[in-house]
Structures are given as structure tokens and as C-alpha cells.
Unconditional design. Structure first.
Length: 201
């Protein structure tokens, strides 16, 4: 299998302290399993939806089989499970992690049109169909981008009135309209780093 492993970095944003070890661990596991791996970083001051669309374009151009998208604030707890994720051969498969919120109890997946409040320990089974998820750790087949009309990602959220949505949810909703389901792999666990300003007093 040919896997494009990509990290989108919007604007001039940085990465979490635990991301490099997690990222390298995943790439190592993929190579040990015999997969051909292409690593791609996209930076340069672009908006996040533009960056994700650029990565999808690269996937189609390169003719790789899957995009493994890993955000820079996500760390996969168990990198070795990535080969199990690939073995399911699903069009869209997401890992599970918490939202960047103060209570840290809402999983970054949507079910029945809203964020689920289930903790990771309450997930049942191995594969769970969801409406949408975040793009923090997700495996997407090239055929998904070939089937869906561009743009795949579009940021419409307005923080002033709370209307619209992020580019990730936009993608998953659009995929559903094309009959492509999103499946959460509940054993693919990730941490989500919250970056905050800290004042020394």
C-alpha cells in the first residue's frame, strides 16, 4: 500500500511537543509493515482549508492509495495500531480524541448532528459509524477525493455569530452527500494538545 502521511500547518502555527515522536513512530510502523510512505508538510501562511485542499491535490497527483492526515496538535497513543486501521480498507476511518475544551469530555465526532459527550472509555465495539469527526488523525482513500467535487474543505464558521462550520466538518458532510460514510476506529486513540498562554506571577 502507498500511504501519503501529511501534516497541515495553517498560517505560521507550530507543533505540540509530543507530535514529532508520535509522527515518527507511525511512519516507522508503516515502513516496517512494507508500505511505501511519502511524508508531506504544508506550511506557508495559507488558511487551513487551503492547506488541506493542497494536500488532497497532492494525493491525487501522486496516485498514492491513502492519505493519513495527522494534525500538529495530535499525538497517537498507540502508533502500532495504524496498520490495523489500514487493514480495514475503508474509505474514511478516523481515530478518536477529545475536543480542545476546558472540560475535555466531548469526543471530536458528531452523531445525530451534534458532538457526542461520550468519554473514550464508554465507546462500544471497534468500529462506530459517525456523522463527522475532526481531521486530527484520519485515513482517507484517494478515491474519496476523486469522487467528491472540489473544494473538499471549506471554512465557513464565523466566530462572531457562531454560524457555519469548520473545514473538517464541511468535508465529512459533503462526503455523506456522496454516499461515503465516516467510521471511527475506537481503538485508535489520540491525545489533543491544548496550547495556552501562561503567565508567570
Amino acid at each position: 500500500m502507498r500511504i501519503l502521511v501529511a501534516t497541515p500547518i495553517a498560517g505560521w502555527g507550530g507543533i505540540s511537543y509530543s507530535y514529532p515522536v508520535s509522527f515518527l513512530g507511525i511512519v516507522d510502523e508503516l515502513k516496517k509493515a512494507g508500505h511505501e510512505v511519502l511524508v508531506k508538510y504544508v506550511v506557508g501562511g495559507y488558511p487551513i482549508d487551503t492547506v488541506r485542499n493542497m494536500i488532497a491535490d497532492e494525493l491525487i497527483k501522486s496516485k498514492y492509495d491513502y492519505l493519513l492526515s495527522l494534525d500538529a496538535d495530535i499525538s497517537v497513543i498507540n502508533p502500532e495500531i495504524i496498520n490495523t486501521a489500514i487493514s480495514f480498507n475503508l474509505p474514511i476511518l478516523t481515530g478518536v480524541y477529545m475536543m480542545r475544551s476546558s472540560d475535555n469530555t466531548s469526543l471530536a465526532v458528531f452523531r445525530n448532528g451534534k458532538l457526542t459527550s461520550l468519554g473514550a472509555s464508554n465507546l462500544k465495539g471497534t468500529l462506530m459509524k459517525v456523522d463527522a469527526s475532526g481531521m486530527g488523525c484520519v485515513l482517507i482513500a484517494r478515491e474519496v477525493f476523486e469522487k467528491i467535487k472540489r473544494p473538499w474543505f471549506k471554512w465557513t464558521y464565523d466566530p462572531h455569530d457562531g454560524k457555519g462550520m469548520g473545514e473538517d466538518r464541511y468535508f465529512f458532510i459533503k462526503a455523506r452527500k456522496y454516499g461515503i460514510p465516516t467510521i471511527a476506529f475506537t481503538m485508535w486513540r489520540c491525545t489533543h494538545t491544548v496550547m495556552k498562554d501562561m503567565e508567570v506571577k
